[in-house]
Structures are given as structure tokens and as C-alpha cells.
Design a protein around this ligand. Structure first.
Ligand code: SUG
Length: 456
């Protein structure tokens, strides 16, 4: 599916859903998460749905990788919070003394790898390496301790220091709230050529008088995005920073990837996504024309509220889609099945593929219901990493999906995962043992080495 004229490819690294996938209502501002609190989950289906999406993209000729789940319950965090004794004892005491912590300590939220890190391809970084910064995710307690394991998993997947640079997460304070690639889009004429880095933030961390939503907390700050750009050696001319529309954050758009998605020259977005749409689009156009003097022109696809309301965008996750390049330079849009079930969104998509002024020719529907019920669509589940052939050859091959690895991982899921998990089960010491055994085996399957605390 990659354009023949480009050497570099865009690999998608999806998060494998962990054995403790559950609905604990942990993310205020995320409509699905709060509405499905206490629903019974099916970790096995969740993981298999994710693996099937991965195989579909691998079958379509894309480079598809997988990143491991984190070990949960997070006993090291429980111990840091003062619980002690054997693992079973820690769990028992958490349940007895601080049951409000259980959902957070058990959450499988690392599956949404769009939040794992921000990535800069070697074509853009100052030292010609691919740069990774794990996101501190400090807006939500249950996600605030993901960055350590995410950093280890990324370092075990992209090991070779000649090609890959790994940074520490930003300081875990509100001023530097960082949610990773969910608020970062790279636009370019070709993957291997220089690109524009489009960072969307929800508030300024240090200027408390700047606009911000009134109902929900804006997770990403301008200062965090600027710091990541600096770490990766990006210059001002390569970056556009834009404020998200505070009103849409209040309507449930907790990350920019719930209302916009970009790929190469295309930015597919809702007209209400940005605080100052005209300025944002002008800045992008200018920056794009500077970096891509040849090749396709910048192509914004603006979706009007009359066609799809913000409410429909949030409930269907139309924009939390994967915009994928095909060999003939056209694009496919992989959306969740919820888009087909919403008549207005479905109608819009039927018209979109007929519109010859833009390159999206095909819509692919994927069933990711288990993840969607926690507010995680197709785009949330993947981290995009642009890689040259040499970089791809240097990446951990055991983390790439083909039919054989899909089969191995699906079998692994079927052997270790439960098909039903309710709030009551989260403190079950057997679940802890099952997860530990499963993940220990997984690090061997994916040749990751000891990335979990219990292995160190
Ligand atoms: O951070 N949901 C995640 C969903 C992340 C989606 N990612 C992107 N948009 N890129 C979140 O809000 C819910 C967990 C729970 O309630 O059990 C949760 O963490």
C-alpha cells in the first residue's frame, strides 16, 4: 500500500490489549469511559479484535508492529503508595483500604499507543535519528505511570542507538501535560521527505489566563509540545502549534485525534476542531509549502457541522480513524463500525469517497467495540513510526505482524485471557498470577527482554 516512489514507510505499532482490560470510568472528559463505568468487559475479545485489525493492515501491505501490554495490577505503584507484603496481600489491602485505586491500578490503558509517545522521523530530526519521547500522561492517575514501561518497550523495539534516540518523559506536572502522538500530526509530501509537525494543545501550562475549557480538564499543554519539539531537534519552521477549540474539549474531544487525522498531504478535520481555524490552516499551508516544494499540494478536508455534528463525531469516532496511503497515492480511511451505524456519518462517508477533489477512495470498517467502549478507536490503538528501510531492518523483527505472528499471539490470548471481567474480579489474586504468567511468556515471543518490574 505504500507509494512506490517513497523509500520510507509509515509503520503502525498497535498496542496489544492486556489481560485486565476493564471499564472503570477513569477518564472524565472521555464520554465513552464515563458512560460505561462498571460494564463487564471481555479482555479476550478486546485483544483479538485488536490483533485482527493489525492483520488486516499487514495483509494490505502496510508495515504493522505490535507493542506489549503493561503488567497490571500495578503492584509497584501500590507499594509506592504504602502497601506492603506479598503481592496477594498488597492486592487484598488495596481492596480493603483503598478500593477507589483498584480500577486505576488494573487498567489496561497502555493499549492506546497513540498516547505512548511522540515520534519524529529521521528525515526531520536534527541528528538524522528517529526520536521517541514517552508521554507522561499525567492528567489521569491510571495513565501517569505508563511512561516507564512504554519507554522500556519502545527501547526494546527500537534498540539500535545509531538509528533511534529515546528521551525521558517530560516532568509529570500539570504545566507539562503530555499525551503523546494523539495531539501530534505530521504532514509531508512523502514519508521519507521533510515534514511539518502539527502540535495541537488544549491549554497553556504557564499562562493561566489563556483560553481553556470550563467543564473538562485540557490534558495537553503548549509547553509540553514545545519541549518535545526541542528534544527532537525540530526548528520553529518545521512546527505549527495550534490551540484546540476549548468548546469541543467540553463536548468530549479529550485528544485532538478525536476530531482530526492527517496523513501525508491530507488533513481531515472538523470545522470546530481548532480555536482559530483560519490561522491554523494558513500556518499549516505555509509550513507545508516550505517543506514540500514538489509533490501533492496541502489538502485540507473540512467537515462541516451541518454534515457531522461534534456530538456525532464523538459518538462515532469518525476522526479517530487511520488514513492510509495506497500504492496509487490514493488513501483508505479505516474507521470504527460505529461510523456505519450512525446514519449521518455513514451518509457523509458515502459522499466523501465520491468526491474527486481529495484522495480518499475507500472506507474500511473495523470492529473494535471493546476498546471503543473506553473511548479508544482505531487511531488511539496505533503509534505511527516512519522508518527508512535501514531503520526498519534495525527494528525488532519479532514485533512485526504477519500471519504466523498473528496466529501465535491469538493463540497466546486464547490460552491466557478471560472472556469476562467485572469490577469484582479486579482484586482476584488469580488474575494477577494469570497476567504475570502471560506477560512473562509474551516478552519471549516478542523478544523484548525483561521490560516488566517483576522480571527485573
Ligand atoms: O486516556 N481511556 C483512554 C482512551 C485513550 C484514547 N486515546 C486517544 N484518543 N488517542 C483515555 O481516556 C478509560 C479507562 C477506563 O475508564 O477504565 C481510558 O483510559
Amino acid at each position: 500500500m505504500q507509494p512506490a516512489n517513497s523509500q520510507a514507510t509509515e509503520a503502525n505499532y498497535d498496542g496489544l490489549v492486556g489481560p485486565t482490560h476493564s471499564y472503570s470510568g477513569l477518564s472524565s472528559g472521555n464520554v465513552a469511559s464515563t458512560s460505561n463505568r462498571q460494564a463487564v468487559s471481555n479482555p479476550r475479545d478486546a485483544a483479538l479484535q485488536g490483533l485482527d485489525k493489525m492483520l488486516r493492515l499487514a495483509d494490505a501491505g502496510l508495515v504493522q508492529g505490535v507493542l506489549p501490554p503493561h503488567f497490571r495490577p500495578a503492584l509497584s505503584m501500590a507499594r509506592r503508595l504504602g502497601f506492603s507484603g506479598s503481592d496477594a496481600r498488597v492486592l487484598e489491602d488495596v481492596q480493603a483500604q483503598a478500593p477507589y485505586l483498584l480500577g486505576s491500578l488494573t487498567s489496561a490503558s497502555s493499549m492506546w499507543t497513540a498516547n505512548a509517545a511522540t515520534v519524529t522521523p529521521s528525515a526531520d530530526s536534527s541528528d538524522g535519528r528517529v526520536h521517541f519521547t514517552p508521554a507522561n500522561l499525567n492528567a489521569k492517575f491510571h495513565r501517569s505511570f505508563e511512561h516507564l514501561t512504554s519507554g522500556r518497550a519502545l527501547a526494546a523495539t527500537f534498540r539500535d542507538e545509531r538509528h533511534f534516540a529515546h528521551h525521558e518523559a517530560l516532568p509529570g506536572v500539570a504545566e507539562f501535560g503530555d499525551e503523546g502522538a494523539a495531539n501530534h500530526t505530521r504532514l509531508c509530501a512523502e514519508y521519507g521527505k521533510p515534514g511539518v509537525h502539527f502540535f495541537v494543545y488544549g491549554r497553556e501550562g504557564f499562562n493561566v489566563d489563556s483560553p481553556r475549557p470550563s467543564r473538562f480538564h485540557a490534558r495537553q499543554t503548549l509547553e509540553a509540545s514545545q519541549a518535545v519539539a526541542r528534544q527532537h531537534g525540530l526548528t520553529a519552521g518545521q512546527c505549527v502549534f495550534a490551540l484546540q477549540n476549548p468548546a469541543v474539549i467540553d463536548a468530549g474531544v479529550f485528544h485532538n485525534d478525536v476530531i482530526a487525522v492527517g496523513n501525508r498531504q491530507v488533513l481531515f478535520y472538523h470545522e470546530q476542531a481548532f480555536h482559530d481555524e483560519t490561522r491554523c490552516l494558513n500556518d499549516l499551508k505555509l509550513a507545508y509549502s516550505r517543506c514540500a516544494s514538489t509533490g501533492p499540494a496541502f489538502t485540507p478536508i473540512r467537515v462541516r457541522s451541518e454534515a457531522v455534528s461534534v456530538e456525532d463525531a464523538v459518538s462515532s469516532y469518525l476522526f479517530n480513524s487511520q488514513l492510509l496511503s495506497r500504492d496509487d497515492d490514493s488513501m483508505s480511511l479505516l474507521v470504527p463500525v460505529e461510523c456505519e451505524r450512525n446514519p449521518r456519518v455513514h451518509q457523509y462517508l458515502l459522499k466523501l469517497v465520491d468526491d474527486q477533489s481529495q484522495p480518499i477512495r475507500e472506507v474500511i470498517y473495523a470492529d473494535l467495540t471493546q476498546s471503543m467502549l473506553n473511548g479508544g478507536g482505531p487511531a488511539c490503538l496505533r503509534l505511527r513510526v516512519v522508518l527508512t528501510p535501514d531503520e526498519l531492518a534495525a527494528a525488532n523483527a519479532a514485533c512485526l505482524i504477519d500471519h504466523a505472528r498473528h496466529r501465535t499471539l491469538s493463540d497466546w490470548v486464547k490460552r491466557h485471557y478471560r472472556d469476562r471481567l467485572s469490577a469484582r474480579d479486579l482484586a482476584d489474586p488469580e488474575l494477577l498470577k494469570e497476567s504475570q504468567t502471560a506477560l512473562d511468556e509474551l516478552t519471549t515471543l516478542l523478544e523484548l527482554g525483561p521490560i516488566y518490574d517483576f522480571q527485573r
